[in-house]
Design a protein around this ligand. Structure first.
Ligand code: CMC
Length: 429
């Protein structure tokens, strides 16, 4: 599925008296890598790369991104085109299966998902049992993992692809419903029913708010979901692959991906951005003061929604979202002072040498929360929205890893603990 070419080049590493040679490989967009898989066998050494800043963990044909140029493409199609011209389900099919669906394929895929719009009743009982202090992401990951109990055949890692495809459809159908129900639990609302006559985003919003949703809102949600579909080997996608590499089932792997996404350095940043903007507003709206805090190395505060491991230029998703935030607020006639604070913060940060030198630009999370807020979605649910959008990408990454037959993920380490020492009996401690 994902292919690499071996170049006529080699890389040499000198380690004392020995010289080790490695093949140089290239991807379809000419990114080059050194295949060091033989390093330990040939030399006894390993490489150390904290945070995997320079380490490719797999080959993949799903998403290409060029962080220097601010390019993002799924299966060769630009994110700008997909966000503008496609439906979320079309993009989900594209990332999972590699090609845009034909009309018939799309109809069949959509109908398959619509068979699973209502999760098992036991999931409702489970969600109801959570105390009100439960965070939606924790509830979501628990419920997704629990689904295996209703579909125990999913535990068999060696099922044929068409049976696994049922799990993809169940997940795509159930995840928005579970998310809407989490909202119901948190708001003391009765559980809502799915409406299979509606489009994916509309059904989800209606399940959450239990009322009809304006077309402008449905279209904004569709766009936001597409913008979150996949982002190659980020923390949550790598988690899904890592868990799946032990041949754990897809529910468990996606549940783990949700947990990884929850963190404020990853998808949880969208919640933190709004909390930050609210705090700045409550503090008098002085952008310079908060930028100074972000630059102060003795202050743990970071400008949330800024910076990215791979983008050293504008995150192309942030450009689209910023425009969409303006459109949604205008359409709905909402004036949100937090949007003005966000814009002031962005323009000051972009003009500041600290951010310029480190190539820190707004990322996907900087403006997405402003749209979610305008649509009436509570802050704690923002990362759940990210998860609904990211689900097709996680499925695609898991599926590709299994089809490629990737080995179990098992990094090495450099041990820094004690040398051998004698056990001390309890009476002598
Ligand atoms: N505010 C202030 N300084 C920053 C920020 C920030 N948001 N991001 C990075 N820096 C500084 C950092 O202190 C370091 O400075 P120095 O070189 O002087 O030590 C330099 O920039 C490089 O940062 P890093 O932490 O080494 O970079 P990283 O690639 O490990 O981290 C990041 C990437 C996204 C975790 C980080 O930029 C960050 O914490 N941003 C805020 C959280 C955020 O918005 N996360 C969402 C990411 S996009 C959505 C997703 O896909 O997850």
């Amino acid at each position: 599925m994902s292919q690499i070419a071996e170049l006529n080049e080699t890389a040499e590493l000198k380690l004392g008296d020995i010289t080790v040679e490695f093949p140089v490989i290239t991807g379809s967009e000419n990114e080059k890598g050194i295949d060091i898989s033989s390093l330990r066998g040939k030399s006894g050494y390993i490489t150390l790369d904290l945070g995997y800043k320079n380490t490719g963990s797999c080959t993949s044909a799903i998403t290409f991104l060029d962080g220097e140029l601010g390019i993002l493409r799924h299966r060769g199609y630009s994110i700008e085109d997909l966000a503008d011209k496609a439906s979320f389900i079309e993009v989900a099919f594209l990332v999972i299966y590699g090609e845009l669906p034909t009309k018939d394929q799309l109809a069949e895929f959509e109908a398959g998902i619509k068979e699973y719009l209502m999760p098992p009743a036991g999931i409702q009982q489970m969600l109801k049992a959570f105390p009100s202090t439960g965070h939606p992401m924790g509830m979501l990951s628990s419920a997704i993992c629990a689904l295996h109990a209703w579909y125990p055949e999913s535990l068999n890692a060696y099922r044929p692809e068409d049976q696994k495809a049922l799990t993809y459809r169940r997940l795509l159908g159930f995840l928005p419903a579970i998310s809407a129900w989490i909202y119901c639990v948190q708001n003391g609302q009765d559980f809502t029913k799915a409406d299979a006559s509606l489009d994916y985003s509309e059904n989800f919003m209606k399940m959450m708010f239990n009322k009809d949703v304006a077309p402008a809102v449905v279209s904004a949600i569709n766009k936001l979901l597409i913008l979150h579909v996949d982002h190659e080997q980020n923390c949550s996608a790598s988690t899904v692959r890592m868990v799946g590499s032990s041949h754990a089932n897809l529910y468990a792997s996606i549940s783990a991906g949700i947990d990884a996404l929850w963190g404020p350095l990853h998808g949880g940043a969208n919640q933190k951005v709004i909390e930050m903007l609210e705090a700045i507003k409550a503090d008098g709206g002085d952008a310079d003061k908060w930028l100074a805090k972000a630059k102060d190395k003795d202050d743990p505060f970071r400008l949330m929604g800024f910076g990215h491991r791979v983008y050293k230029n504008f995150d192309p998703r942030a450009r689209i979202i910023k425009k969409a935030a303006d459109e949604v607020l205008n359409n709905l006639g909402i004036v949100d002072p937090v949007l003005e604070i966000a814009k002031a913060l962005e323009s000051k940060a972009l003009a500041d040498p600290y951010f310029a030198e480190r190539k820190l630009y707004p990322n996907v999370d900087f403006y997405s929360g402003i749209i979610y807020r305008a649509l009436g979605i509570p802050t704690e649910m923002f990362t759940v929205m990210f998860a609904i959008g990211r689900l097709p990408g996680w499925i695609a990454q898991w599926r590709e890893m299994r089809i490629d037959g990737d080995p179990i993920g098992r990094p090495r380490q450099i041990y820094t603990g004690y040398p051998p020492r004698d056990f001390v009996a309890m009476e002598n401690r």
